[in-house]
Write a protein that binds this ligand. Structure first.
Ligand SMILES: [Zn+2]
Length: 228
């Protein structure tokens, strides 16, 4: 299956000039049809951050050509990045990165955690959809991370979320500054580290480099900054 996918990729490798044109179109918010080759991971990250700058500056495309884009991607999806974000209603990736239908492959769980289902989804995105950029987005005032920081009792499956975030809280301890913000940053970093360490490696599935980054979304300013 993977081999069948990789063969067309090699064939498309010479189409990078055409791809650059497509990426250029996306910057201006134009409708973009399915790309014929994967977008390089670092280029994809830049495209996300450019979209976030538009959003944070309140210059996001307020009237996206949704119907046209729906038609353009109905037969085939070629998202240029995968986002692992919190399920929090305020951090919708398509909105905060100013993207459209078909642009982002999104996985959302409270506390932006990844389990076997999420990792399998990412493997699919890389191996079959050509994604070369994965960004884990933590955010300001995250309730799930907040619950782990406060150390209170959690019931039901929420307990599993809190337990999974505790290592990040422990790593963030004693770093000074805002305890919740530090824990959110560590939690996103740890999720990114888990994705990097997962087998089969995404880079192996891609047959080349996959950019895996973590970031912090500021609810007040609307800005996303990549964690160092
Ligand atoms: Zn959250």
């Amino acid at each position: 299956m993977l081999r069948r996918f990789l063969t067309p990729l090699t064939a498309y490798a010479t189409g990078l000039v055409a791809l650059t044109t497509l990426v250029g179109c996306a910057f201006s918010g134009a409708v973009v049809g399915p790309a014929s080759a994967p977008v390089d991971g670092k280029v994809a990250l830049g495209r996300l951050l450019d979209g976030n700058r538009r959003y944070a500056a309140a210059s996001a495309s307020s009237s996206k050509p949704l119907a046209a884009q729906r038609a353009a991607v109905a037969q085939k999806q070629t998202p240029f990045a995968a986002i692992v974000a919190c399920a929090d209603s305020r951090v919708a990736p398509e909105i905060i990165f100013d993207q459209n239908l078909g642009d982002l492959f999104v996985i959302r769980t409270a506390g932006n955690l990844v389990d076997a289902y999420a990792l399998g989804s990412l493997e699919y995105a890389v191996a079959h959809l050509g994604v070369r950029c994965v960004v884990v987005v933590g955010h300001e005032r995250c309730g799930a991370v907040g619950a782990a920081v406060s150390g209170g009792h959690a019931e039901g499956h929420v307990k599993a979320l809190v337990e999974a975030i505790k290592p990040a809280v422990a790593r963030a301890k004693g770093r000074g500054g805002d305890a919740l913000e530090a824990a959110v940053i560590e939690n996103a970093r740890l999720t990114a580290a888990k994705i990097r360490a997962s087998k089969p490696a995404l880079s192996k599935l891609a047959g080349g480099e996959v950019t895996i980054a973590s970031a912090y979304y500021d609810l007040d300013s609307g800005t996303v900054r990549v964690n160092p």
